[in-house]
Design a protein around this ligand. Structure first.
Ligand SMILES: C[S@@+](CC[C@H](N)C(=O)[O-])C[C@H]1O[C@@H](n2cnc3c(N)ncnc32)[C@H](O)[C@@H]1O
Length: 251
């Protein structure tokens, strides 16, 4: 079962930010269309891109995530498939792989398979933008005594569920040998009266990728790296950056 299937009903409560959207809108404006988003989730980016008038295809492996996205917009062409090998029968001017979808590829072979497939779907000269979280060594290092329970957030997602609160706790462990970050997430959803509506545990694993590895993989897959940023305003990538954004062109 795709890892995100059991998370689909919580996803829009958990992530309702849009600070990254202006970057992708600006690229859609600058580049040739159509646009494909790889690992599109519930359409947090794909839907507003389509609403802005762009021709958008959203590829998503989780049936439940895709169904949520489809409920939000039928203007997006939703395709259920694996970004490593799905065939869309269309060529794109811009490809987006945002908000850690790339980190869901848990090995070098999977990452390269995706990049090669993404390249195949781009027109000559088309642009691929990848955005992942940049983790500091401190964030990945384990405290003496082993991993501890962290309180990640307490959200009141007004847009999606007015009056309700979502809390998340987690225990994470990073294995530097495999670059895998295994997260055990605990969610608590509180209703209007403050009573617990649901409580659940979910395991999620991502593979941490740094700048050099990402650039090298892009080159191996036939891309020319055009820009590397550390933030959505085009800040230079630095050791303190929270994001790693790489724009690469099909060579
Ligand atoms: C962290 S979410 C990001 C979703 C969306 N890009 C956003 O910005 O909100 C990662 C998404 O990638 C999807 N995903 C993971 N592996 C995938 C694969 N091999 N093919 C297609 N989608 C995948 C997951 O199901 C999940 O919906």
């Amino acid at each position: 079962m795709p890892e995100y299937d059991p998370l689909a009903d919580l996803y829009d409560l958990e992530y309702d930010h849009d600070y990254d959207l202006p970057l992708w809108l600006a690229l859609a404006e600058r580049e040739d269309g159509p646009v494909v988003e790889w690992g599109a989730g519930t359409g947090r980016l794909a839907v507003p891109l389509a609403e802005a008038g762009y021709d958008v295809t959203a590829v998503e492996v989780s049936k439940n995530m895709l169904e949520k996205g489809h409920e939000k917009s039928v203007a997006v062409r939703w395709v259920r498939g694996d970004m490593k090998d799905v065939t869309l029968g269309q060529e794109y001017g811009l490809a987006v792989c945002a908000f850690n979808s790339f980190l869901c590829l848990l090995g070098v072979d999977d990452a390269l398979a995706f990049l090669r497939n993404a390249r195949e779907h781009l027109k000559p000269g088309g642009l691929l933008g990848i955005e992942v979280s940049a983790f500091s060594p401190e964030e990945l290092s384990e405290e003496p005594g082993g991993p501890t329970l962290r309180h990640d957030f307490n959200r009141q997602p007004l847009r999606e569920a007015p009056g309700r609160t979502l809390e998340r706790f987690s225990v994470s462990r990073y294995d530097a040998a495999s670059q895998l970050l295994s997260m055990c997430l605990f969610y608590e959803l509180y209703g209007l009266a403050g009573s617990v509506e649901s409580r659940r545990r979910h395991d999620l694993t991502i593979r941490i990728v740094g700048r050099g590895e990402l650039e090298l993989m892009l080159r191996l897959a036939g891309f020319e790296v055009e820009a590397v940023y550390g933030g959505f305003q085009g800040e230079p990538f630095a050791a303190t950056s929270d994001h790693l954004i790489v724009l690469a062109r099909r060579g």
